[in-house]
Design a binder for this molecule. Structure first.
Ligand SMILES: Cc1cc2nc3c(=O)[nH]c(=O)nc-3n(C[C@H](O)[C@H](O)[C@H](O)COP(=O)(O)OP(=O)(O)OC[C@H]3O[C@@H](n4cnc5c(N)ncnc54)[C@H](O)[C@@H]3O)c2cc1C
Length: 394
């Protein structure tokens, strides 16, 4: 069972203060302008938040996944666009480099990532391959001391600003997942181009673009792991990323609860504060209960990852539940605020748009249900056959 120590709580407190004072006051403005929160990212880098998981020997804070979860919940509460920028950098870029990168790759990239000098992105999705990641069509072929990559990646968070990108391409699409290789790219490599910018329903201040590889030249030492290991690396990374998006769901839901509670405490209807209405009180009670359950599921998944225990199932459960809690909380908040709930420039309107995205990326809710049912049913089948359920070791 998970626990939190003093380091987790201190980091949470620092992030909470940053969120209240620096992120929240500007979140609606950045959203309306669809402006990348560069200035906020630089300030977060000064606090060490761009290198939470990166070992101290490479300049990071050297902390664990519970620390990342505690910090990210607060950042998402203040601004989910800033949150996803930081989450992708920590969970989807730094994390696989720490676990699967060679010593040379770690030395080359981690210090710059930890300092926030370089920003990271993770690019697997293609225009026709999102949920079906094993079917990606971007190709790689070895030529001497280089790999040559061709293809288009779509919906890539941080793509315009990323100096370094973990990406995936196939040696031969007919091999399916077994043909996929993982690479760490620099945006200055010849053949790397940033394509069209997406305009989105929510998390509008985050950057989302296509990346285009046209005979992109990647030195052989930038292959991560072995040829054909890319899909395993991608899926392992997404398990951690899903904890990150579960955290985003909790942060957005908490922002909704705060917004609804503040509003009902001050808004007077029929001569008395809204909060005196039992209907409002029950709505707040439902939200508070669901948020706590989502937070516990998310921390539990992070704790399992910290212990080196399997966490695919727990990360999926946390992501599915938290994202749905965020959406219920956001819809309730809009309803509770009435006309102020739908008014642009009020947080509720932004929160309901931001919440929706959590049900789509890093595995849609349908994909999470597939992962959860497959793992749950496999466990039962193994138990009834008298063999041990899933291994606890990774
Ligand atoms: C804002 C944003 C940021 C993103 N950032 C990144 C990023 O940084 N890097 C990256 O690589 N990708 C990123 N993505 C892509 C994201 O991961 C995909 O959108 C996601 O995996 C879903 O894929 P899709 O959008 O292609 O939907 P599709 O796969 O086309 O799915 C369409 C619908 O079909 C359902 N569906 C699909 N397959 C099944 C199935 N087998 N069973 C049941 N239902 C199914 C889905 O749940 C969905 O409802 C981002 C997406 C968004 C919206």
């Amino acid at each position: 069972m998970f626990d939190l120590n003093d380091t987790h709580r201190q980091l949470q407190e620092t992030a909470r203060e940053f969120s209240d004072k620096i992120l929240m006051p500007d979140a609606d403005r950045y959203d309306a302008a669809e402006e990348f929160p560069q200035e906020k990212i630089e300030k977060l880098a000064d606090l060490g938040f761009m290198g939470i998981l990166i070992p101290e020997e490479h300049g990071g804070l050297g902390l664990d996944n519970r620390a990342l979860t505690c910090a990210l919940e607060e950042i998402h509460r203040g601004c989910a666009s800033t949150g996803v920028t930081v989450s992708v950098h920590n969970s989807l870029l730094s994390n696989p480099l720490i676990h699967f990168g060679s010593e040379e790759q770690r030395r080359a990239y981690l210090p710059k990532l930890a300092a926030g000098e370089w920003l990271g992105a993770y690019a697997i999705t293609e225009p026709n391959h999102g949920s079906d990641a094993a079917g990606i069509q971007a190709t790689c072929r070895r030529e001497g001391d280089k790999y040559i990559l061709n293809g288009t990646k779509a919906w890539i968070t941080n793509g315009t600003y990323a100096n370094v990108v973990i990406t995936f391409a196939t040696l031969d699409a007919s091999l399916g997942s077994k043909g996929i290789c993982a690479f760490v790219l620099e945006s200055t490599f010849p053949g790397f181009k940033v394509g069209k910018k997406e305009r989105k329903l929510g998390i509008r201040a985050s950057d989302t673009v296509q990346l285009i590889y046209e005979d992109l030249e990647v030195p052989v030492e930038n292959l991560i792991g072995e040829e054909g290991q890319g899909f395993k690396i991608a899926m392992h990374t997404l398990d951690g990323g899903r904890i990150g998006i579960a955290t985003q769901g909790v942060g957005i839901a908490q922002a909704c609860l705060d917004c609804a509670a503040d509003y009902t405490a001050t808004a007077v209807r029929g001569g008395k504060p809204l909060i005196k209405s039992q209907a409002m009180q029950f709505e707040i009670a439902n939200m508070a209960t669901e948020i706590e359950a989502a937070r516990l599921l998310t921390l539990q998944a992070a704790w399992r990852k910290d212990q080196g225990l399997s966490h695919t199932l727990e990360a999926s459960k946390a992501k599915l539940f938290s994202s749905e809690v965020a959406n219920r909380a956001a819809r309730s908040t809009v309803q509770i605020l009435g006309h102020d709930g739908v008014r642009r420039g009020y947080p509720a309107e932004r929160l309901v748009r931001d919440a929706k995205i959590t049900e789509i990326y890093e595995g849609s809710s349908e994909v999470q249900r597939l992962v959860i049912s497959r793992n749950t049913l496999n466990d039962r089948a193994e138990r009834s056959a008298g063999t041990p359920a899933t291994s606890e070791a990774q």
